[in-house]
Design a protein around this ligand. Structure first.
Ligand SMILES: [Zn+2]
Length: 199
């Protein structure tokens, strides 16, 4: 039995697929959208449809509109530094600090064998190929959250990357243990990046 017209149910069902949005919240969002004009709804719809054009940068695996993301395509970025992060969203967090001008690589997660996140499910091979074939890189920054999976990933990458003779650093301990980079404030993250230490 339907209590509301189908478009409302459809919108609620679609919104309910988002993380952290339960059925009640989804319905509340659908009702809120009913107050938008047709033009506004079309613009929201288009913004979502356009997400379908997003692809992954072929070099660093962050989200991009072309084969190369803006950072990889920017000749002014410092090609001697490669900051390795777990998720693409970590890049925007670090970029917001404005203290780092090098390049990035998105690993696609952290190691967590219990959840099935083994090196094979991450972009490890592409990372090793990139570091191996980029003589310009002198420093690899292992920018992972200081929690158990981040630490496991740092140790694993240290071993894997050690053969390439690059300097390896990690974020300074300014980040509280167990903290997620995503939620670190800009000042803390900026000092963690500036005061990074040998990994
Ligand atoms: Zn890129």
């Amino acid at each position: 039995m339907r209590r509301f017209p189908t478009p409302i149910h459809n919108a609620a069902a679609a919104l309910g697929r988002l993380p952290g949005v339960g059925p009640k919240t989804a319905l509340r969002y659908a009702f809120a959208l009913l107050h938008f004009s047709k033009l506004e709804l079309a613009s929201i719809g288009r913004a979502i449809v356009d997400l379908g054009n997003i692809t992954l940068c072929q070099t660093c695996f962050t989200f991009a509109e072309k084969d190369l993301c803006e950072i990889c395509a920017d000749p002014n970025r410092d090609a001697t530094k490669l900051c390795i992060v777990a998720e693409a969203r970590d890049i925007s967090t670090i970029e917001a600090t404005s203290v780092y001008k090098g390049r990035y690589f998105v690993l696609g997660g952290t190691l967590n064998p219990i959840d099935g996140r083994t090196p094979e499910t991450l972009n490890v091979k592409a990372l090793l190929d990139l570091v191996k074939n980029s003589p310009s890189i002198t420093e690899c920054i292992l920018a992972f959250s200081p929690d158990v999976h981040g630490e496991t990933t740092i140790m694993y990458l240290q071993r894997q990357l050690s053969t390439f003779g690059k300097s390896m650093t990690r974020l300074a301990r300014g980040l509280p243990m167990g903290a997620d980079i995503e939620y670190a404030d800009e000042v803390t993250l900026a000092s963690a990046m500036t005061g990074r230490s040998k990994a």
